[in-house]
Write a protein that binds this ligand. Structure first.
Ligand SMILES: NC(=O)c1ccc[n+]([C@@H]2O[C@H](COP(=O)([O-])OP(=O)(O)OC[C@H]3O[C@@H](n4cnc5c(N)ncnc54)[C@H](OP(=O)(O)O)[C@@H]3O)[C@@H](O)[C@H]2O)c1
Length: 284
């Protein structure tokens, strides 16, 4: 039995789809009762948990062999992930696969600093563990930029010209499904990327070509980018963290391309072109 946390999120929902399609025994963990009700109504095993409320965790972990741990971005993320790790140890869960972040061990960004203590706690816990460390998600384009691309033909970010090896969340889900359902991954750390590194200008060129209309990347100063994020409704904490991430990788450091997706799944990772083709409707 595999428990997938963050079941309604970008990675968790893609992973649940993959695991269920392959017929694995899965329990989906949701924070919202309506999501639990919907899943149970569809004949699935689902539980409500709040990673911030340790009392909700023991019953969700009963009979679980492996946990896929997704922490939600926010100031409480580390504490919440530690709650799950502590509960998994008490429940005698053999293994936790943790969704982490690119170069988490170097703690170059506030996001990496949120993940690293949970990685260290898992390493010290005596539980089996695997870390998935994906680079920037391609799905950030659909989640954060699509509305602006649709209405203005532009997307804005803090100014950056260094390439990034964006990875498709569907590939992260395939890797996670493989790691969760096969042996030989204990103590392993997998850095996950797409097949190439692109600058935001390169990405704009691909979008323009495939959408048959001009799409332009607008590089903003950090303070303008922060103001724009707050205007879009991002919490201050999140906006500041994203600015720090841009600063950390502004001159490089996120361009490395790994072969991990292909090595583990036997499939080539999804290119940005394919991602845009598959999500054309979101951009038009
Ligand atoms: N975006 C990137 O480019 C990127 C790259 C590498 C790594 N990451 C990492 O990916 C992780 C986020 O994954 P994601 O994008 O799949 O997440 P997401 O789409 O933001 O979804 C977060 C999930 O966590 C759930 N959640 C929130 N608070 C919770 C709580 N207190 N207890 C239990 N569940 C809770 C949410 O439930 P509700 O639906 O009820 O809110 C949702 O299912 C972060 O740790 C981030 O650092 C992101």
């Amino acid at each position: 039995m595999i428990l997938v946390t963050g079941g309604s999120g970008t990675v968790g929902s893609a992973l649940l789809e993959t695991l269920c399609a392959d017929g694995h025994r899965v329990r989906a963990a949701y924070r919202a009762q309506r999501d639990v009700d919907r899943a149970v109504g569809a004949g699935r095993d689902a539980v409500r948990i709040d990673l911030g409320e340790p009392a909700t965790l023991p019953s969700a972990l009963q009979g679980v062999e492996t946990v896929f741990l997704v922490g939600a971005m926010g100031p409480d993320q580390t504490r919440q992930e530690l709650n799950l790790i502590e509960a998994a140890a008490v429940a005698g869960v053999p293994r936790v696969v943790k969704l982490s972040v690119w170069r988490a061990d170097e703690e170059l960004t506030p996001i990496a600093a949120l993940h690293r203590p949970a990685e260290l706690a898992l390493q010290a816990s005596g539980l089996g563990y695997t870390f998935l460390r994906p680079n920037f998600y391609m799905q950030n384009f659909t989640r954060q930029f699509a509305a602006s691309i649709r209405t203005t033909g532009r997307f804005a970010q803090p100014r950056a010209h260094a390439p990034i090896s964006f990875v498709d969340v569907r590939d992260i889900a395939r890797v996670a499904a493989h790691v969760l359902t096969t042996d030989g991954h204990d103590g392993r750390v997998y850095a996950l990327t797409g097949p190439e590194a692109l600058t935001y200008d390169d990405a704009a060129e691909v979008l323009s070509r495939l959408l048959d209309r001009p799409v332009r990347f607008v590089g903003l100063s950090d303070s303008d980018a922060r103001a724009a994020m707050l205007e879009r409704g991002l919490p201050e904490y999140y906006a500041d963290a994203l600015i720090e991430v841009s600063r950390a990788y502004r001159n490089g450091g996120a361009e490395t391309v790994t072969t991990t997706v292909r090595d583990l799944t036997g499939r080539e990772p999804t290119s940005f072109e394919q991602f845009v083709r598959d999500h054309r409707a979101a951009f038009t």
